[in-house]
Ligand binder design. Structure first.
Ligand code: NA7
Length: 543
């Protein structure tokens, strides 16, 4: 029989992206033995895989970062307001080196199964290389947008050209667009970043759009030394603001309702926001854009007006104008001369909202009776958000119950971190964790998990898991925020799983705000984990 090598550690962290790296370092600091398992050949997670042209953050660099180390903060120089994928990838590599995390990571390895052993009170993990690893604590930092989704188009196997998925962009060679006819399918954040750059290089670019987006101007710029000095001098305030802001950003909180200003003030405020650009357009202008239907409708109309002003061909402009859903109800992408790109003579926009793409053919993309020739197809068709990466692992909790079965009607969690029936298992950026600036969410979650592990170890608790009642309560909290906000009214939105055919619809994110979430996390610890079932180390029967 084949002998399986086996390792035993206190904690296994699955994933070496933004969340996993930080988690591993924290647990090591607190004296645990840790192994990190990473499918890729390097650290980076999202910032490893998404190397498509134009990939960059939509969060300002100085808050799309870790805040826990002054040394890191004061020695890393961001070059741009919205750094490229390459730069964030380099940052995470630097973090792994600076904090000496790499030697704990097994690269090119996937966890395929995780089973909780009730008698041993431990997790047994199996890798795709046939190894077994045992651990007390299992942290899944597998990413919320890490499992790419590609629709099953007929005929893809007959396509004579090459095709690529933005979320799995080739890393061993540059994709050459020069002189090529290129088709981009999908106009979410990824497509919107790639389109302007591909348009520069390609001979002809055809963009297939199903639902138009409200694209906000990024207004990206490089950071001057003085600007960086200013940011460094104010880091304490910046983090203080970001940690209490609903979306985890260092943004001003507008005090005024869009209903309480005159028409001309309304336009002036939005014009200023449009000049500043980025998410600030949406979140630094009025305090009720994502709550009040009237204000939202007027802000949405403002953006449509901008689109009609920028795009010279009226038919193309109308196709680019979103009308079916309120602004902010899908994650608004940031554009780097996105709308301007449709004024180029080599760019064509094809509407596939009423007549869908029927097939990929040998020579290109077919929509009804029309065929659009292509040498390269780029699928920017999104991700199986929040739960997709969890579905890739056969996770079994108490009684051998599988997570897939447990979540067959949609995910159920406590705080987006723990799950009833799955003791000592934690998620970072799991389903039902907050929607907001991810590094801030990650640092909150990592701190909570590390404190909880400490608490268990100090209290002689062998295993802990949330009660079913606390999971139900969390579900109710999520619902309440959904009912109060306009943020989940978007068409085909990945916020609810509606972008994936057949996926159970459910609330995948907490829309109650990052600051509020941090308070709720703290309250659990302050309340001595009253919402948790604990199994004491010296009495294994004491559930
Ligand atoms: P998104 O935002 O989910 O965008 C996917 C795009 O692909 C979107 O425009 C979809 O149209 C389109 N799509 C999906 N299936 C099809 C089919 N069958 N035909 C045509 N078009 C299709 O993913 P991104 O990768 O851009 O961004 C995800 C997040 O990553 C982003 O918000 C950032 O947080 C980072 P639809 O709108 O569903 O009609």
């Amino acid at each position: 029989a084949k002998s399986l090598s086996s390792t035993s550690v206190d904690a296994v962290v699955v994933g070496a992206g933004f969340g996993g790296l930080r988690m591993a370092y924290e647990l090591i600091q607190r004296g645990l033995t840790v192994k990190v398992i990473e499918a890729a050949a390097d650290v980076g997670g999202t910032w490893y895989w998404n190397s498509y042209p134009g990939a960059r953050t939509d969060s300002e660099s100085w808050t799309y970062a870790y805040s826990f180390s002054e040394e890191l903060q004061n020695t890393w120089d961001w070059t741009e307001k919205f750094p490229t994928q390459r730069e964030v990838y380099r940052y995470l590599g630097h973090v792994a080196d600076l904090f000496d995390v790499r030697r704990h990571i097994d690269f090119n390895t996937r966890i395929v199964a995780a089973r909780f052993d009730e008698a041993q009170v431990s997790w047994t993990l199996t890798t795709d290389t046939g190894r077994r690893i045992e651990c007390t604590y299992l942290v899944l930092a597998v990413g919320l947008l890490s499992q790419p989704f590609t629709p099953e188009f007929d005929g893809i196997e007959d396509f004579a050209g090459q095709w690529h998925v933005t979320g799995r962009w080739p890393r061993d060679h540059e994709v050459d667009f020069a002189g090529k006819r290129v088709a981009v399918i999908g106009t979410g954040a990824s497509g919107i970043q790639a389109i302007p750059l591909i348009a520069q290089a390609a001979e002809k670019l055809t963009v297939f759009q199903r639902t138009p987006n409200y694209v906000l101007p990024a207004r990206n710029h490089s950071l001057a030394d003085l600007e960086r000095q200013g940011i460094r001098a104010h880091y304490d305030d910046i983090w203080q603001t970001a940690r209490t802001h609903p979306l985890g950003y260092a943004f001003d909180r507008p005090r005024v309702s869009g209903n309480d200003v005159t028409d001309s003030e309304f336009d002036d405020i939005l014009e200023r926001g449009w000049e500043v650009g980025g998410f600030r357009f949406l979140y630094e202008t009025f305090n009720d854009t994502t709550i009040d239907e009237n204000v939202n409708a007027r802000v949405s109309e403002f953006v449509r007006h901008k689109i009609r002003t920028i795009v010279t061909d009226p038919d193309t402009a109308e196709l680019l104008c979103p009308t079916a859903y309120p602004i902010g109800s899908k994650r608004p992408p940031l554009g780097h001369f996105y709308y301007e790109t449709f004024n180029r003579p080599n760019v064509e926009l094809v509407d596939v909202s009423s007549e869908p793409i029927s097939a990929i053919t040998r020579d290109g993309v077919r929509v009804g009776s029309s065929e659009y020739p292509a040498d390269v197809i780029v699928f920017a068709t999104g991700f199986d958000a929040a739960t997709g990466a969890f579905d890739q692992i056969d996770i079994r909790g108490r009684g051998g119950r599988t997570l897939r079965e447990h979540w067959s009607d949609g995910p159920r969690t406590h705080l987006g971190i723990t799950i009833d029936g799955f003791p000592n298992m934690f998620m970072i950026s799991g389903p039902q964790s907050p929607f907001g600036n991810i590094p801030v969410v990650i640092e909150t979650t990592v701190g909570w998990i590390a404190d909880t592990v400490d608490y268990a170890r100090q209290s002689g608790i062998a295993a802990l898991e949330p009660t079913q009642a606390s999971v139900n309560d969390w579900w109710q909290v999520l619902q309440d925020y959904v009912n109060r906000s306009l943020m989940t009214r978007g068409r085909h939105s990945w916020f609810l799983g509606a972008n994936i055919p057949g996926k159970p619809q459910g609330v995948l994110f907490f829309f109650g705000g990052v600051g509020n979430y941090r308070k709720r996390c703290r309250a659990v610890a302050e309340n001595d984990y009253a919402e948790y079932l604990t199994q004491l180390s010296d009495s294994p029967e004491s559930w």
